[in-house]
Each structure stands twice: as C-alpha cells, then as structure tokens.
Write a protein that binds this ligand. Structure first.
Ligand SMILES: *[C@@H]1O[C@H](CO)[C@@H](O)[C@H](O)[C@H]1NC(C)=O
Ligand SMILES: *[C@@H]1O[C@H](CO)[C@@H](O)[C@H](O)[C@H]1NC(C)=O
Ligand SMILES: *[C@@H]1O[C@H](CO)[C@@H](O)[C@H](O)[C@H]1NC(C)=O
Length: 276
C-alpha cells in the first residue's frame, strides 16, 4: 500500500518527460511552420494555434490542385454557391464532449469527378458509380497544357495542341483559370469547355483516358450533354472537373486523384494533387 503513491509519481514523471521530449521534436521549420497542437501541449495560449494551409509543398514537389470547399463554392445548381455545407450535429459549445459535424454537398460542386452514370440512365442503374472508377486512370503521369484563350475546345484546337499518342492523362488549363471562375459563387455559363467535335476528336485521335478541366464542366455549356455523352459513353474516360490549375508551370507531372467511395453516386468530391 505504501509503495503505490511513489510508483504513481514515478510514472507521472516518466510521462511528463516523454511529453516534453515529443514536444521538443516538433520545433517549427520551413516545411512545417506551425506544428498543430505544439503550443497546446506546452500549455501555451490557444490563440497561437494556427493550422498550416498550403497550395504548394516542398517548393513545387507537390501542388494541391483541389479547390477548398467554402459556402461560396459554385455548384452550377444554386446561384449562391453551396451554402452551409457543414453543420455541427454535436458541439462542445453546447455541452457535448466533442465537436461532430455532418456534411451536405452537391455531388458535382467544387473539384469533383463524373462517373458514367452521370449522363446515362442505364449505366446509373447498372452501378457505374464513382466507386467503379479505375484508380490506375486516376493516378499516373499527366500533362498540364495551356489551351489558346480565344476559343472553346474544338476539334481544330485539339489538333493544334499536338498531344502525343500514348499520353493518357491531360489537364487542360483554359481562360476559366484566368477568369477565376471557380472562385465565383454564381454559375457562369460562358465558361470554356469541349465542343462536341472537340470531344469526338479527342476520343478518335488520342489515348487520353483522364481529362481534367478548370471549371465545373468539361463540356462547353452550348454542348453540355452531347460532349459529356461522347466522353462517357465508352465508360473508359474519367472526367475531373473544377480543378485549381493557377500558378503551376505547364508540363509533365504525376497526378494523384482519389474520389470518395460513395456507392451509387454518379459524382463525388475528389482530392487531386500534382507531383513533380
Ligand atoms: C446543441 O446544438 C445542436 C446543433 O446545433 C442543436 O440542435 C441543439 O439544439 C443544441 N442544444 C442545446 C441544448 O443548445
Ligand atoms: C469545438 O471544439 C473545441 C475544442 O476542440 C471547442 O473549444 C469549441 O468550442 C468547439 N466548437 C463548437 C462550435 O462547439
Ligand atoms: C465558349 O462557349 C461559351 C458557350 O458555351 C461561350 O459563352 C464563350 O464565349 C466561349 N468562349 C470562347 C473563349 O470562345
């Protein structure tokens, strides 16, 4: 009985030492300017907790090409953006032991992926959802190309880009990026996208299986349904829309895109990064 308090004090001492050691290895540096929780475990002021937010990692080794979701993220459905997509179902401010949020999002808002079921009812019923998409197409070498700013993506434009055979993944940077369309909550139908003949030219003359674009739709608004049909009919091409492609040098990268496994969903938020 007498030994107990001593043992407990000893354990506490060891625990304290371990905590201090762990904290000291979390010294801020250029790669990790504000170690999350470091100030907290030192008993520091909570207002010093600044979570890191970055677009570029390791001076260009990784580019985040995913837009943040905010209430103003455009969806193409509502004029005012997606609105309050996060709700606290349980909150520490009103007595819960934890914060616990629920998410409600349009499946085709922000940076997202289209599955074949998006535009073909028989594919939807058969289950060609985002969980059926090929991760080998969504991940691998990819070209980031600039397209002429004075045109939509027609057959003529596609031809002029001279994308070599064998290239499987292309991210098209267009006037949409210059116009910062993804940062405007209101859907803008004047965005640049594929005209039907451009889509057909890509399918007939290239090996591209992953198409990335910098607004909510790969298809120009005038050819919204026909261009989607050309791409999705074969169930081989994956469309990633709403990418954030500004301030990244054009060229060859490795792309990594991972959709959520939402069974039955014909679209889903997707996290995409480019690696040098
Ligand atoms: C606690 O927060 C939830 C979510 O906002 C709310 O539905 C609930 O009414 C709140 N409860 C109290 C006691 O304020
Ligand atoms: C969420 O949790 C933190 C503690 O991690 C607490 O300080 C804060 O009040 C909570 N937020 C809400 C809205 O309850
Ligand atoms: C692209 O097409 C849209 C209609 O779908 C049009 O409003 C827009 O002006 C065109 N953009 C360019 C650069 O030609």
């Amino acid at each position: 009985m007498k030994g107990r308090p001593l043992l407990i004090s000893l354990l506490l001492l060891i625990a304290t030492t371990l905590t201090l050691t762990a904290t000291s290895t979390l010294a801020p540096d250029s790669a990790y300017p504000s170690p999350y929780g470091a100030a907290d475990s030192c008993g520091g002021a909570a207002e010093e907790l600044i979570p890191p937010r970055r677009e570029v990692y390791g001076s260009g080794k990784i580019y985040d090409i995913t837009h943040k979701f905010t209430p103003e993220t455009p969806s193409g459905i509502t004029e005012n953006g997606i609105g309050q997509f996060l709700q606290l179902a349980a909150s520490m401010k009103n007595g819960s032991l934890y914060n616990f949020s629920e998410i409600k999002l349009p499946a085709h808002a922000g940076t997202h992926v289209d599955a074949p079921g998006h535009m073909f009812d028989d594919y939807f019923d058969a289950g060609f959802d985002v969980d059926s998409l090929d991760l080998e197409v969504l991940n691998g070498p990819a070209l980031l190309v600039d397209v002429p700013r004075d045109s939509n993506l027609t057959a003529e434009v596609m031809k002029s880009l001279n994308i070599p055979k064998g290239v499987k993944r292309v991210l098209f940077r267009t006037l949409n990026t210059d116009r910062h369309l993804m940062l405007q909550k209101k859907f803008d139908t004047s965005f640049v996208g594929f005209k039907k003949d451009g889509a057909q030219w890509l399918v007939d003359n290239t090996d591209i299986k992953l198409i990335g674009i910098d607004y909510l739709s790969v298809a120009a608004y005038d050819d919204l349904i026909p261009s989607h049909h050309v791409f999705l009919r074969g169930r081989e091409i994956i469309l990633v829309e709403g990418l954030k492609l500004d301030d990244i040098p054009a060229g060859l990268y490795t792309v990594h895109c991972l959709p959520l496994r939402l069974l039955g969903a014909e679209g889903a938020p997707i996290r995409c990064i480019l690696m040098k």
